[in-house]
Design a protein around this ligand. Structure first.
Ligand SMILES: Nc1ncnc2c1ncn2[C@@H]1O[C@H](COP(=O)(O)OP(=O)(O)OP(=O)(O)O)[C@@H](O)[C@H]1O
Length: 701
């Protein structure tokens, strides 16, 4: 299957020579434009000084001189406006792809980048991937294909003669990809062709053989630079999705790692670029369930020119929105809601029960104290809660009723501080300086759960408006399967009539049982006609991992398996009699890996927080080991020890699951989805390690 790395053929040498010549031309043309704009800068400064002088003159001039001075000021201003210079491509990496088309007027070269630039005399045309009509030809056709595309009113026909992806680093060409052929510049500037085996595709063929018991395929041997820009890689289906009209709601579905986030964020960039006035960055938002994905999304948005778009987690968005809608001081949010109570408050059955019990409140009934009282009544009403549990389809156990009542009773108790009003504040502190109620159940008194915030907003939004909360012109919801129905309702209200949004999701990755199906999601957002795209190719995970992920899902797996993007290392399964041995083995393997591949990104994904903490102790003395339990990923090389709840939407070169046991992952739908999420974070290699009884989800592997 694999062919060795090789010397370039004469044809490939010619390709490299051609690409280097193109790059030299581009760099010279951009540098020329930069110098010209530098000269213009001096002229601009002179004009500004001149304008200032004229203004000063006008302040003291005789009335008769004013018309003449004003005329001069107008002229200077007009000259200044003409000085405005366009942004120039970055010299370090001015484009990421090369397209040559043969049309009726002969051959023409286009380079795809993030900033348009043309110097026709130097035969340089860099087009912006977001809006240049000819970018369609790049994304939708392959080398040798004939195309027919309408560019506005004009039908354009031709043939794609060259379609190459290029990587330019600090102004130097380092990689050229033509179809599946990859040419890379090696040390000393010697070019070679990478073999087609999976190992060498990853890192260039050296040190990539996988031996059983050894982690690593060579991915982390080099700095991460030199990777192809994902904007250049968008496939035809993804490109069409990115180009769906801005006012059309879009649902992007697909299995793990098929490019849903990639499409959603590129669409945002396209919309912001095409219709900057209607869709200002300040009124667009990305909302995701977890902190880790929020951080990753910010990192992905920056190179797309969307550094100002706000990215929020569901909790921080709800807290901020509630603060604006209800007033900052009125709410004391509680973040440690017991899991069962949180689950009940986010479940679709609660949304339906609320509708049946409360209907739509009148706006006079939505003052915060009244809304809180309403919720408190409901969450202490056993019959109401029993009906929620009864309609939860088995998701909620009956113990959720007692737990919710008990928890709410503590919240509605009067805080000690109120009862002791008038007492000397010094006497209301414990010896260690804390307040009397801290670390006691009384700490809960007067709080609202973070899960209550969307409910309060929902009741208020249903009755009228959310007051000062700003309208949104477009929103991206990622991992939409984890949004509760009430959260979706509130987002819908903030979008107003247009409902311009991109919803990315995969029902196989729901972890919070708040998902009620895509029709319910759209209905709650008030959307009747969403465009839907289903991404088919699994880009992140190699074939062995995609196959295992499907097996783990069991009967929940969707009908059509995704197309595996590439071959890859076999999944490693390691079983030990006891946990100490298993973890020692992982610790050793990680040390060995990081010595060989110091640039690798590795995640040890435990089933829960406590397991992550416990495993972290095994390697905590290593400088590259980080415990990440609040989504605070640094995206630096090294090992993140974390748990399933933290990693949705993320990816790592290597993933180790340290507790693939029957206890952590029993044969049960939610466990299947959780293991599936952990497995599909790996982009190069996966290990499943177990001690005691191995998870039944891995039977036969
Ligand atoms: N057309 C493509 N060609 C090559 N790589 C791609 C392509 N599209 C996306 N990718 C890469 O695939 C990986 C997964 O993409 P992305 O995170 O967008 O997937 P996702 O469907 O949102 O994943 P998840 O379901 O885990 O949230 C990323 O590394 C991304 O850069």
């Amino acid at each position: 299957m694999s062919t060795p790395d090789g010397e370039l053929s004469p044809e490939e040498q010619a390709i490299i020579a051609e690409e280097e010549a193109v790059l030299r031309r581009v760099l010279a043309a951009v540098e020329g434009a930069r110098l010209r704009s530098g000269h213009r800068k001096q002229e601009t400064e002179d004009l500004i000084t001149r304008l200032q002088e004229l203004r000063d003159d006008a302040a003291t001039a005789a009335v008769a001189d004013l018309p003449h001075l004003f005329f001069q000021m107008d002229q200077t201003r007009a000259l200044l406006e003409r000085q405005e210079t366009a942004r120039l491509p970055e010299l370090g990496a001015p484009y990421f792809a090369h397209l040559r088309v043969a049309g009726t007027t002969g051959d023409r070269d286009y380079l795809l980048g993030r900033t348009s630039f043309a110097d026709v005399s130097a035969d340089v045309r860099i087009i912006d991937w977001r809006f240049a009509p000819v970018a369609r030809v790049f994304y939708l056709y392959g080398e040798g294909d004939s195309y027919e595309e309408w560019f506005g009113e004009r039908l354009s026909e031709g043939t794609v003669k060259v379609r190459r992806l290029v990587v330019i680093e600090r102004g130097l060409l380092s990689r050229v990809q033509i179809g599946t052929r990859v040419l890379v510049r090696g040390p000393g500037g010697v070019w070679r062709r990478l073999g087609t085996g999976w190992g060498s595709q990853l890192e260039g063929g050296t040190g990539t053989a996988v031996r059983p018991g050894q982690l690593g395929v060579g991915r982390g041997t080099q700095q991460r630079e030199g990777a192809l820009d994902v904007t250049a890689l968008l496939d035809a289906e993804q490109f069409e999705a990115v180009n769906v009209a801005a006012d059309q709601p879009l649902l992007v579905l697909g299995s793990a790692g098929s490019g849903k986030t990639t499409v959603a964020l590129h669409r945002l960039a396209k919309i912001a670029f095409d219709e900057a006035e209607r869709y200002p960055e300040s009124r667009m938002k990305v909302i995701v369930p977890e902190e880790g994905l929020a951080r990753l999304s910010r990192r992905l948005l920056a190179p797309l020119g969307l550094g100002k778009v706000s990215v929020e987690t569901l909790d921080s968005w709800a807290a901020l929105t509630a603060r604006v809608a209800f007033g900052a001081k009125a709410l004391k949010p509680w973040e440690d809601t017991p899991p069962l109570v949180a689950k009940l408050k986010r479940h679709p059955a609660l949304r339906r029960a609320l509708a049946a019990r409360l209907g739509v409140l009148s706006s006079s009934a939505t003052a915060l104290p009244r809304l809180r009282k309403r919720l408190a009544e409901l969450f202490t009403d056993r019959r109401f809660l029993e009906s929620v549990v009864a309609h939860s389809g088995g998701d909620l156990p009956s113990t959720a009723v007692d737990e919710t009542v008990r928890h709410t009773m503590l919240q509605i108790a009067t805080p000690i501080a109120h009862e002791l009003e008038g007492v000397d504040p010094d006497r209301l502190q414990t010896l260690d300086g804390k307040s009397l109620e801290s670390d006691t159940p009384d700490e809960l008194a007067g709080t609202v759960d973070v899960e209550d915030l969307p409910l309060l907003l929902f009741l208020r939004a249903q009755a009228g408006s959310l007051g000062a909360v700003g309208r949104l012109v477009h929103v991206v919801l990622d991992e939409t399967e984890d949004f509760s129905l009430v959260e979706l309702f509130v987002v819908g209200r903030l979008l107003g009539e247009a409902r311009s949004c991109t919803l990315a999701g995969d029902e196989m990755q729901q972890t919070s049982t708040s998902f009620a199906g895509w029709p319910a999601v759209l209905a709650e957002l008030g959307i009747q006609d969403a465009a839907t795209c289903r991404l088919q190719v699994s880009y992140r995970c190699p074939a062995p991992i995609t196959a295992l992920a499907r097996q783990v899902l069991g009967t929940q797996a969707p009908g059509e398996p995704p197309t595996a993007g590439r071959e890859g290392a076999p999944v490693g399964l390691h079983h030990f009699p006891d946990e100490a041995q298993a973890w020692l083995f992982i610790g050793e393997a990680l040390r060995d890996l990081l010595e060989r591949e110091p640039q690798a990104s590795v995640a040890v994904i435990a089933s829960g927080r406590e397991q992550a903490r416990a495993f972290h102790r095994v390697i905590s003395d290593m400088s590259w080991a980080r415990l990440v339990l609040e989504g605070d990923f640094s995206f630096e090389p090294g090992v993140d020890v974390t748990d399933v709840d933290n990693v949705k939407g993320l990816e790592f070169d290597y993933v180790v699951i340290p507790d693939a046991t029957a206890q952590a992952y029993p044969a049960h739908d939610e466990a299947r989805r959780r293991l599936h999420i952990a497995i599909t974070r790996a982009s190069h290699q996966l290990w499943l390690v177990s001690a005691g009884v191995r998870s039944p989800l891995l039977a036969g592997v």
